[in-house]
Structure formats: C-alpha cells, structure tokens
Design a protein around this ligand. Structure first.
Ligand SMILES: Nc1ncnc2c1ncn2[C@@H]1O[C@H](COP(=O)(O)OP(=O)(O)OP(=O)(O)O)[C@@H](O)[C@H]1O
Length: 314
C-alpha cells in the first residue's frame, strides 16, 4: 500500500530523515513514535508530497508518488492533523465536504456523505452542520478534521497527532471511534503520536524512530517484551513497561476455568485488561477475582499468581 525505500530528506545541512525504509500493508494501523524532532511528521508529509523527498523512493499503490499529480494524490490520501486545518469561514458541513466537492461529486452525494460521516463521528447534524470552527470545542473540531480526512473514502489515512491536546475521556472515545472505523472500513492508517499508551493500544505495528532513522519496529507486545536497546525501552515506558503490557493484554487471555472453591466477591469483566484486573485486586485487597461476562455471570477466575506468571506457560 505505502512503501518507503531508503528515503532521505534534508533541510539545508540538517538531515531530518535518513535512508528510511518502511512498508505499511493494506488495512494496517501503524504508529510512528519517537522523541521530538526525530522526523515523524516529515515522514508523513513526504507520503502525500506536502514535503518532497530528496533521496530514495516512495510508492503508493505500487506507483512512485512523484509520478502522481499532487492534488490527485492528496485527494486519495486522507490527512488529519492536530491543529485540524479547518477553514474558519466555512461551516462544519462545508469543511467536511471539501474533497468530495473538489472531486466533483454531485451535490446530493456530497450531502449524503457529509451526513453519514457526521453520524459516524458522533456529531449530530442539527447541532453541528451549520456551526463554524470557532464555535466548536477542541475535541469536536478534531472530529470534524477526521471526518474531512475520511470524506472521499480514501484508502489511506495519515494522522499527525489528531487527538493531541484533548482530555483523556474525549481522547479515549475518539481512539475507540478510530478502532471501530478501522475494523469497519479496513483503512490503512499511518499515525504519529507522542502518547505511548495511545500508540500501544491502537497500533498493529509500532515504528520507533530516532534522529531520522527507524531503530525498531514490530507489534506493541514484541517491542515491550524485547526492546532493541535502552532508548526504545525508555521511550516505551522504562520500568512501567510491565504495566503497559498488562494494559494491552485482556483478562480473557489469562483467565482460568471456574474452580470448586468459593467464588471471590471481587470481579472483573472478561474484556478488561490485566492492568485493570490488577487495579481491582489492589483496591479490593484480593488475590483472586471472578471473571464475569456482560450479564455479570461468572465465566472464570483469575489469580494474582496466574496474572503475574501467565507468560511462563504461554
Ligand atoms: N520546513 C522545515 N525547515 C527546516 N527544518 C525543518 C522543517 N521541517 C522540519 N524540520 C526539521 O526536521 C527535523 C524533523 O522534524 P519533524 O517535524 O519531522 O519531527 P517530529 O518527529 O515530527 O517532531 P515532533 O514530535 O516535535 O512533532 C527537525 O529537526 C526539524 O527542526
């Protein structure tokens, strides 16, 4: 879907990205992480040619991006950024319909698409369609930005901290929306974030960059368990790595069958994370939990020992 081979970008004498090779497969959600200034945004912007690369090759759908007409390329690649980039004098509906209108979709189809996206992103039409960006909260504006990026149904979404600067609750609900969209629409997403928990929770693949290069890539679990060096280990959370691993491992993976022993009162849902289970144990002073389903029926149990040692028998 997107393939970067030995891509380099220099700004004057400074090398922002150096011989970077990366392949993002169709339907994959890939997160770029790394310290400030390591070249994440530059990498993203070279893909849709907001920045031209100096060396190497970038392919989109099997063709070098240089061969595409720039505007045509950008209409096929959704782009959402933290500052949203909405046009201030346009209504929400007009902002969302921008790319479909540029693609000369008939007016009725544009209208239907805008309505569909507003519903998808939890922006009720009556309430938001005619508002202007300055009348929106930060989180609502970011939803509009994501809706606009999705409007022409691009196969690829590039997202540069689209949920930055949001409170944790709004952020979590937008992350959940992104996961749903990803599952439903099978988009290829390349995502830049500073929030390691966000990257670990959302990404199929994590790509760690340092000084313009990739230092390690793999699934969140593989990187947490086996960071290539101290830099990766500390970026992923240092001594908190264990808890971060627990946060992305569901209880259902470690749960044991119900034993004949009396079921503990403290309980946790089967879809909760091991980190949440640990938190319940800590709060309830319990070393064993009942694992329950949506109907609050016990479907298994989880001991502290099993939670902690689970990996031994994997
Ligand atoms: N237009 C530009 N002109 C000159 N230097 C630039 C330009 N854009 C980026 N750079 C430099 O290139 C390097 C990489 O920048 P980039 O924005 O890609 O980093 P980043 O990893 O996205 O950083 P952050 O996490 O802080 O957003 C930085 O050192 C930056 O100063």
């Amino acid at each position: 879907m997107i393939e970067l081979s030995e891509v380099t970008k220099r700004f004057g004498t400074e090398t922002a990205v150096e011989r970077l090779s990366l392949r993002v497969e169709r339907g994959e959600l890939c997160a770029l992480v790394g310290t400030s200034g390591c070249g994440k945004s530059t990498t993203l912007r070279m893909i849709n040619r907001l920045i031209e690369h100096d060396g190497g090759e970038i392919h989109f759908d099997g063709r070098p991006v240089r061969e595409f007409d720039e505007q045509a390329l950008r209409r096929r690649i959704g782009y959402a950024i933290q500052s949203t980039g909405l046009f201030p004098h346009w209504t929400v509906a007009r902002n969302i319909g921008l790319v479909p209108r540029l693609l000369k979709w008939p007016a009725a189809r544009v209208r239907d698409r805008v309505e569909e996206l507003m519903a998808l992103l939890g922006l009720p039409l009556e309430q938001f369609a005619d508002k202007y960006p300055h009348q929106l909260s930060g989180g609502q504006a970011q939803r509009v930005g994501v809706a606009r990026a999705l409007a022409a149904d691009p196969d690829i979404l590039l997202m540069d901290e689209p949920f930055g600067a949001l409170d944790p609750i709004t952020r979590e609900s937008l992350q959940a929306e992104l996961r749903r969209l990803q599952a439903r629409l099978n988009k290829t997403i390349l995502f830049v974030t500073h929030d390691m928990d966000e990257a670990l929770a959302l990404a199929d693949r994590l790509v760690v960059m340092r000084a313009g290069r990739i230092v390690q890539q793999g699934t969140p679990l593989s990187l947490l368990r086996d960071p290539a060096d101290d830099f990766v280990a500390s970026l992923l959370g240092g001594e908190d790595r264990g808890l971060k691993e627990a946060a992305i491992t569901p209880v259902s993976e470690r749960m044991q069958p119900l034993s004949p022993r009396l079921l503990p009162r403290a309980r946790v849902h089967r879809s909760a994370s091991l980190r949440q289970a640990l938190s319940v144990m800590f709060r309830e002073h319990a070393d064993r939990l009942a694992v329950v389903d949506d109907d609050d029926m016990a479907v298994g149990e989880l001991s502290l020992r099993r939670l902690v040692e689970g990996r031994r028998d994997e």
